[in-house]
Design a protein around this ligand. Structure first.
Ligand code: SF4
Length: 331
């Protein structure tokens, strides 16, 4: 049965932080806060659209446990009856690592929250400081420990290409995240938005953005690292629409970003597995459903291999695991 997730965006207008990449302050006032009625009607619509008890009610926006307490409770109280009655399997929220403690976890659990995602962004304290995150990598570790104790499904979100970060530092962040064994991860490449500190640094030349190709290569590596450690990556790249396209100044943004990364992974795997010297014909087997990623956007991988002298044919092999390939010489 198709599951249906309800997503409710809670803008954090009163946020005391001023993260380098965030334009929350400049968009404040242009976004409306959801009311209890909005929550109830979103849940009711979802129940009619795809009745199932496997969906989640997600409050996203970054800092759910840091919003005004009375308002946060009103939102939870509107959503909780739908979980209690068995129409949804739980409530998912995302928040900052320094906004998690025992008291808030007790509260979240009592209102049906089952999943908590933390925006850790980087595990490098110098990078966190330079981007005015207002928390440290130790705060992330402590928050994960507390969330575990309360049995929440734990997700970690990281950003690549932040001010003062590098390819190597982003890989180290992924290694530190893997060591924390989260259930899920989201990878967001940094985008420069209007009216942010990052925009000032970018315009003054202090901050250089990673190119799209560099970011794809980095995120392909990160995706593989998480996959090899059995960590489910539930998002790679920013959602299209919203204020990304509106306030976009610079940065690695592509509406099919994950697809680009997966094609990069397949190209790397094919080059590792392909042994004969061209020219020759090669049959490349990939997991079920992965032919388009392996072929690449606009047949990029296929054309690249053909330029090297390989005549390639892609086929599906259901026995292959994600990102694995087999190459056989046909002639
Ligand atoms: S990203 Fe930073 S500034 Fe923006 S809402 Fe979250 S904590 Fe506040």
């Amino acid at each position: 049965m198709k599951k249906y997730n309800v997503s409710i965006f809670v803008p954090h207008e009163g946020c005391p932080n001023n993260c380098s990449f965030c334009n929350q302050k400049s968009i404040s006032g242009k976004t409306t806060l959801p009311s209890e009625k909005d929550v109830v009607s979103a849940c009711e619509i979802a129940m009619k659209t795809a009745p199932s008890n496997q969906g989640e009610i997600a409050f996203f926006g970054g800092s759910f446990t840091a919003i005004e307490r009375e308002y946060m409770l009103r939102l939870l109280k509107s959503a909780y009856p739908f979980v209690k009655e068995g129409f949804f399997k739980g409530i998912r929220i995302s928040t900052r690592p320094d906004c998690i403690d025992d008291e808030i976890c007790e509260l979240l659990r009592s209102y049906g929250v089952t999943s908590v995602e933390l925006g850790c962004q980087s595990m490098d304290d110098e990078v966190l400081k330079a981007n005015l995150r207002g928390h440290t990598s130790r705060d992330v570790e402590k928050a994960v420990e507390i969330l575990r104790k309360y049995g929440f499904e734990t997700g970690l979100q990281m950003m690549t290409g932040l001010y003062k970060s590098s390819f190597e530092k982003d890989i180290e962040t992924a290694e530190k995240i893997i060591a924390l064994k989260p259930d899920t991860v989201r990878i967001y490449p940094t985008i420069v938005l209007e009216n942010t500190l990052l925009e000032e640094n970018f315009r003054s030349g202090e901050y250089k953005v990673m190119s799209l190709q560099e970011t794809v290569e980095l995120c392909a590596k990160l995706l593989l690292m998480f996959e090899e450690n059995d960590i489910n990556v539930i998002r790679t790249g920013l959602h299209s629409g919203g204020n990304v396209e509106e306030g976009y100044v610079a940065g690695a943004y592509h509406p099919a970003f994950k697809e680009l990364c997966e094609s990069e992974i397949y190209l790397g795997k094919i080059l590792e597995a392909i042994s004969p010297i061209p020219p020759c014909e090669v049959e490349i087997s990939v997991p079920a459903g992965a032919v388009s990623q392996a072929t690449g956007q606009k047949k990029k991988n296929k054309l690249f291999l053909e330029e090297k002298g390989y005549k390639v044919k892609f086929t599906e092999d259901k026995s292959l695991k994600k990102y694995n390939v087999k190459c056989c010489v046909r002639k």
